[in-house]
Design a protein around this ligand. Structure first.
Ligand SMILES: *[C@@H]1O[C@H](CO)[C@@H](O)[C@H](O)[C@H]1NC(C)=O
Ligand SMILES: *[C@@H]1O[C@H](CO)[C@@H](O)[C@H](O)[C@H]1NC(C)=O
Ligand SMILES: *[C@@H]1O[C@H](CO)[C@@H](O)[C@H](O)[C@H]1NC(C)=O
Ligand SMILES: *[C@@H]1O[C@H](CO)[C@@H](O)[C@H](O)[C@H]1NC(C)=O
Length: 421
């Protein structure tokens, strides 16, 4: 046992200090056990790069913009610009990650797919994420900086970002594409700023929008959040303003290092399936380390507690619960007020996965039925076999999801042109 220990230590030290060019990607799960020697493995430069480097390598043009929200946060928007585009599309990312999720699939990245199809592509980042830790008066070391959930993302961040993109691109309506948290915040935006949304957004595509999580959804997250939520006031780690995923913390760095070098990738995936559902098709083996790299943005537990609240009330999409007194102060009612989905006038297209156990099919069905019939006139897309992560890392994401979205956008584009004549 001791001997093994003395062999492993130098190996880890060598890995930490070795040049960045070591193999980090394999074409099959099994090859990860033999990553340094298998001919199936290679070095993928995207994994060592930041978002602009990745866009530079695959497309060659990019811009960086900054917007300020009404409540004082500065957000960075990345753009892959295009002259005379087919349309302008704004992407809003899921929780735990940032705009990098849209360029996290190498040369087949989602953002590049839309750019190659002729779109002017804008990538949003929410407050507190990798690039966005600036505020007019608050510092990210203060708890007050992290006092937000998906409500603020929808009401402030989406509002500021969408209006900015619209204004920068000539004032025409844009397309909104939000995934998971990006879908939740999209629905917050469309219901709380319903008039603005109709003027600014031509179509909201919401991929697994997580608005009506309920007890019938079986994700392990439900149970972990139950424990954490009930430890508030007892353990400081369970405080709503506790920041999750602190990037510079030693335990986070060590965790990432271990996960990246842990050879049994299938074991990791099976563990994650307890949280996101067992998919029918494989998670693309090439993308597994990129996935670990891209999903490391910081966020407050309050974000997860707001989601947990949906389970507590078994599938109601409502504002954050501050307790009776707090709610009276915030909303003027003892219970947190619900989002008025019936206000939504902008067209909504919902994409969801049949094997998703987090935003499970019942939850999607509930949202779909609560939206005004007029706004869902284009129907919805339920993808067979997809779990919560397949839209970013599933092998068939393009065929089953993004090509279909592009087709729908083409159709809307044609309808618009016909209306003009
Ligand atoms: C990376 O993998 C290739 C096979 O694709 C192998 O020839 C090479 O030696 C490996 N390089 C390193 C640094 O492990
Ligand atoms: C991406 O790269 C792979 C291999 O390098 C290639 O087979 C594929 O055609 C490329 N895809 C695009 C969209 O360029
Ligand atoms: C967080 O926001 C709520 C609601 O606005 C407020 O009541 C509370 O005092 C805030 N907490 C901190 C630490 O800023
Ligand atoms: C439904 O949508 C159409 C086209 O988007 C619009 O002309 C019509 O006024 C809408 N009807 C209602 C009741 O909102």
């Amino acid at each position: 046992m001791k001997r093994v220990f003395w062999l492993i230590i130098p190996l880890i030290v060598a890995l930490i200090f070795s040049p960045q060019k070591q193999n980090n990607t394999c074409k099959s799960y099994l090859s990860y056990f033999n990553i340094f020697f298998s001919s199936d493995c290679y070095h993928n430069p995207d994994q060592d790069d930041d978002i602009l480097g990745i866009i530079q390598r695959h497309v060659g043009v990019h811009e960086t913009h900054e917007v300020q929200t009404d409540d004082g946060y500065f957000l960075t928007l990345f753009r892959i610009p295009r002259q005379n585009p087919r349309g302008v599309i704004f992407f809003q990312h899921p929780l735990t990650t940032d705009a990098r999720v849209w360029v996290g699939q190498y040369n087949e990245s989602v953002a590049f797919l839309f750019w190659r199809a002729g779109y002017d592509v804008w990538l949003g980042n929410i407050r507190g994420s990798h690039c966005c830790k600036k505020h007019v008066s608050l510092d990210p070391t203060e708890a007050a900086f992290w006092n937000f959930s998906f409500h603020e993302i929808g009401y402030y961040d989406n509002h500021a970002s969408i209006e900015y993109v619209k204004q920068q691109t000539g004032g025409s309506k844009i397309i909104y594409l939000g995934y998971s948290l990006g879908g939740t915040s999209g629905m917050v935006y469309a219901s709380t700023r319903d008039k603005e949304a109709v003027d600014s957004v031509k179509m909201m595509v919401v991929i697994t929008p997580t608005t009506h999580l309920q007890l019938s959804c079986t994700s392990l997250l439900k149970y972990l959040l139950f424990i954490s939520y009930n430890l508030q006031g007892v353990v400081s780690l369970a405080d709503p303003l506790f920041v999750f995923n602190r990037q510079d913390a030693w335990y986070a760095k060590m965790g990432r290092f271990l996960v990246t070098h842990f050879p049994c990738k299938k074991c990791m995936l099976y563990f994650s399936y307890l949280f996101v559902g067992f998919p029918e098709d494989a998670f693309e083996p090439d993308l597994i380390n990129m996935f670990v790299r891209v999903h490391m943005s910081e966020y407050p537990l309050k974000m997860l507690y707001h989601y947990y609240q949906m389970y507590v009330v078994d599938g109601i999409f409502q504002r954050y619960d501050y307790g009776e007194e707090g709610n009276l102060l915030q909303y003027g009612t003892k219970e947190p007020t619900s989002y008025l989905l019936e206000n939504i006038k902008v067209p909504v297209y919902i994409v969801s996965g049949a094997n998703d156990n987090l935003d499970c099919p019942n939850a999607i069905e509930k949202l779909y039925n609560l939206l005004p019939k007029n706004s869902t006139a284009h129907g919805k897309l339920m993808v067979e076999g997809f779990n919560h992560l397949d839209y970013a890392y599933g092998r068939y994401r393009n065929e089953k999801v993004y090509f279909k979205i592009l087709q729908l956008l083409d159709k809307i584009h044609l309808d618009d042109q016909n209306c003009l004549h």
